[in-house]
Design a protein around this ligand. Structure first.
Ligand code: SF4
Length: 306
């Protein structure tokens, strides 16, 4: 079966089984093209609880599919590739968080959504990169442990006032590799282009950028800016959306290291196999664990929409 035939079959089966395909912006273009919804973590996790369907095929990494399942326990959620994992999601263990809480009861735990369900269950609230600042600002607590991304924690702590934020030492292996020297080199080559970077990058990189924001914020910024081109400091998959939404502008990837191999594991064939029920991982979560994790996600939505 060739790609065109597979796409036709996917579309047909989607309608028959009332399936919706969710894809993160970092997915391969062939996967983005068959998605019903394309976006960042916050958009997709919120949508999972709202969309009318019987099944969600979640093209992303495992924590994303688990988050969708938590938000809509009545729906079947399938991750097309079982070992599509985010390494950062495992850089802290639930026991470590519990031990910290016991020793420091005055701290609230804020967990980046890029964490396992077990970690969300022991956290007080979740955040995504697009809403971390607003959620933390709206929290009553003064003392905050931010897990697991130290770069995002550092960025947010500079932007919120009156909070004592300490962070775990996790990081995204993709964004953390970027260096400020790469910005200098790219600016020389692409004069007049603006540098837009994700807050999972190191402080030295953020300091040299023209704009720092989540994936969706970067897409919005590029849409509204008068610059002729942009140097993009986040995962390469975003370039597809940027080019589709603003085809008259130019885009260059800031660093060749900005490829997430876990996000790229999912192919059109994997989506086809998941839709037909021949492949993928059906997400199953322990009920109590999922309920505890949902509390942190609900709190995120409540504080973000305050
Ligand atoms: S880009 Fe980084 S944070 Fe996102 S899924 Fe890949 S490893 Fe995880």
């Amino acid at each position: 079966m060739n790609d065109m035939q597979m796409i036709k079959e996917i579309e047909k089966i989607k309608k028959e089984k009332n399936i919706k395909i969710f894809a993160h912006n970092y997915q391969n273009l062939e996967v983005q093209r068959v998605a019903d919804y394309l976006g960042d973590s916050f958009y997709l996790s919120k949508l999972a609880g709202e969309v009318d369907c019987d099944e969600i095929i979640f093209c992303g990494v495992r924590f994303m599919a688990e988050t969708a399942k938590i938000m809509c326990s009545d729906k079947k959620v399938v991750l097309p590739v079982e070992d599509a994992e985010c390494p950062m999601a495992h850089m802290v263990k639930p026991q470590e968080v519990l031990a910290f809480k016991k020793e420091h009861p005055e701290f609230k735990v804020v967990s980046y959504v890029n964490t396992t369900t077990e970690l969300k269950a022991v956290s007080d609230v979740c955040v995504t990169s697009s809403i971390a600042e607003i959620v933390i600002n709206n929290m009553d607590a003064q003392n905050i442990l931010f897990i697991p991304d130290m770069n995002l924690a550092d960025y947010v702590s500079k932007r919120v006032k009156g909070k004592n934020i300490i962070s775990w030492n996790g990081y995204c292996p993709v964004h953390d590799k970027v260096r400020k020297d790469e910005i200098f080199a790219m600016r020389k080559e692409y004069s007049g282009y603006e540098v837009l970077v994700h807050p999972e990058c190191r402080r030295e990189v953020l300091q040299e950028a023209d704009f720092v924001g989540s994936t969706s914020a970067i897409i919005n910024y590029a849409k509204n800016s008068a610059a002729p081109g942009f140097i993009i400091g986040t995962e390469t998959g975003v370039l597809h959306t940027l080019k589709a939404e603003n085809p008259k502008k130019e885009y260059e990837l800031l660093s060749p290291s900005l490829i997430c191999y876990n996000m790229k594991k999912t192919t059109l064939r994997d989506v086809y196999n998941a839709v037909t029920g021949k492949g993928g991982l059906v997400i199953e979560l322990d009920k109590e664990l999922a309920e505890n994790a949902k509390r942190s996600l609900d709190e995120m939505v409540r504080l973000a929409c305050n």
